[in-house]
Design a protein around this ligand. Structure first.
Ligand code: NDP
Ligand code: HSE
Length: 437
């Protein structure tokens, strides 16, 4: 009996994720062959620094090259795996591969969120597969459920913790009372935070993931530029203590919702920001560097996805799943589901998003202060849900939680409060989600 022809892979990148892809391909070679019906074989590995020390990787050193494009163009390459990251040259490489009919597996959230449309168009042109499970929430099988399993349903909301670094920091602040800098230092020492944590703590990483999730959930192209983003560097130990007093915690949330505009038209709201959520919320107990995503669909109801959102091996697990799917398709002549963007919903500006605020104010303690403050809320048509006051001689602290209102009205309320001479300082402003308050 003749041996089935191997499916040949070009691996672009051999860093944290790429090395683990190589190890898993080696360790599970026999099982993968049995599952696919043909062996997987590495045709080449493109890296930036050919001379870099790579430990005892189970591959022939002759496979390494610094010319990724030449590797992609080789006739004996069936599937291109991109674990390099960044916009260019990754976009040029992947478009080249897809247009040539080669399947692509990528973990590149930045590229998919900035210009996923170009990749999807190239996949359609080349009749090729584009898989990217590892780009959001690492090991958690999340994109395939949104892209396939839930295609008979109508997703109404996707709410998640999709950044492990910031979840570690916020969980540590909640557990120990530490401030942001102290918790970031701990995250860096333990290897969770990168040397430059900007993309994580300022919410850029989560915003890229939010764009990918919203695109899949709502059959609409959403890019990172469409996502409202606010980082979590402003969350203080005081905010966390205040959250605790209210039976809440603070998480950096990615929130994508199907919404209805004032004219009755359907649109979507996609945002990333820190938010107070009640301790009873399913996302409140997601600690350490774990990720979790809560999906709500009309038929299915609530669904929760939980697991490791980062790290070489967990991310490589998701990459391998995509490689198996792409290889099977090659052998059977079938294709991955193509992009579904028919709904073309408009992304609503943040000002129109309905949300609630938790506002902590230091005010003068004298008659009429509460009435003046309440008047500012009324002037902006923002309804107050609760007020707590604690006094200290001629100073008082007011903690106000609002009912749901357009974000623009809430922001204008805070601006007006800041201009009052009875308001000594606005200690914190946090959005409130999930029934907290
Ligand atoms: P690394 O920085 O660890 O590795 C990047 C790899 O790309 C290195 O091997 C590097 O080569 C290679 N490379 C860089 N530039 C070029 C180039 N011009 N030509 C050829 N090779 C190049 O990144 P990660 O493994 O951490 O991340 C890879 C991708 O996976 C990114 O898109 C990231 O967002 C995504 N991802 C990562 C996760 C994680 O936990 N790390 C989780 C989820 C997704 P050299 O080794 O020579 O420097
Ligand atoms: N920096 C990201 C995180 C890696 O902390 O979650 C996974 O995308």
């Amino acid at each position: 009996m003749s041996q089935p022809k191997p499916v040949r892979l070009a691996l672009l990148g051999c860093g944290t994720v790429g090395t683990e892809v190589i190890r898993l391909l080696h360790e599970q070679a026999d099982d993968l062959t049995a599952r696919i019906g043909a062996p997987l074989e590495l045709a080449g590995i493109a890296v930036r620094r050919l001379g870099r020390e790579r430990g005892d990787l189970p591959v022939d050193p002759a496979l390494f090259t610094s010319d990724a494009l030449a590797l992609i163009k080789r006739d004996d390459v069936d599937v291109v795996i991109e674990v390099v990251g960044g916009i260019e040259p990754a976009r040029t490489w992947l478009v080249e591969a897809l247009r040539a009919g080669k399947s692509v597996v990528t973990a590149n959230k930045a590229l998919l969120a900035e210009d996923g449309g170009t990749l999807h168009d190239a996949a359609a042109d080349g009749n090729a597969d584009l898989y990217y499970e590892a780009s959001v929430a690492g090991a958690i099988p999340l994109l395939r459920p949104l892209r396939e399993s839930l295609h008979g349903d109508r997703v109404t909301a996707v709410t998640g913790i999709v950044n492990g670094t910031t979840n570690f920091i916020l969980s540590s602040m909640a557990a120990t009372g530490a401030g942001f800098n102290e918790a970031l230092e701990e995250a860096t020492e333990l290897g969770y935070a990168e040397a430059d944590p900007t993309a994580d703590v300022e919410g850029f990483d989560a915003a890229a993931k939010a764009a990918i999730l919203a695109s899949l959930a709502f059959h609409t192209r959403v890019t990172a530029a469409d996502v409202f983003r606010e980082g979590m560097t402003g969350v203080t130990a005081g905010d966390m203590a205040s959250a605790k007093e209210m039976g809440c915690t603070i998480k950096l949330l990615c929130i994508a919702q199907r919404t209805t505009g004032p004219d009755g038209s359907e649109n979507v709201s996609v945002r990333v920001h820190p938010a107070m959520i009640p301790l009873t919320h399913p996302l409140a107990s997601v600690g350490d560097a774990f990720n979790a995503v809560f999906v709500e669909a009309e038929g299915a109801g609530p669904l929760m996805f939980y697991g490791r959102g980062a790290g070489g091996r967990p991310t490589a697990s998701a990459v391998l799943g995509d490689i198996v799917a792409a290889a099977r398709n090659k052998l059977t002549g079938t294709r991955a589901p193509s992009e579904s963007n028919y709904a073309e919903l408009t992304v609503r500006p943040i000002g129109e998003s309905l949300t609630r605020y938790h506002i902590s104010l230091d005010v003068a303690e004298r008659p009429g202060v509460l009435a003046t403050v309440a008047g500012v809320f009324a002037q902006h048509e923002v309804s107050i849900a609760t007020v707590r006051q604690s006094g200290r001689a001629d100073d008082a602290k007011l903690v106000i939680v609002t009912h749901s209102a357009p974000d623009a009205a809430l922001a204008a309320t805070v601006e007006s409060l800041a201009r009052l001479d009875i308001v000594r300082s606005i200690a914190s402003v946090l959005r409130v989600e999930g029934g907290a308050g």
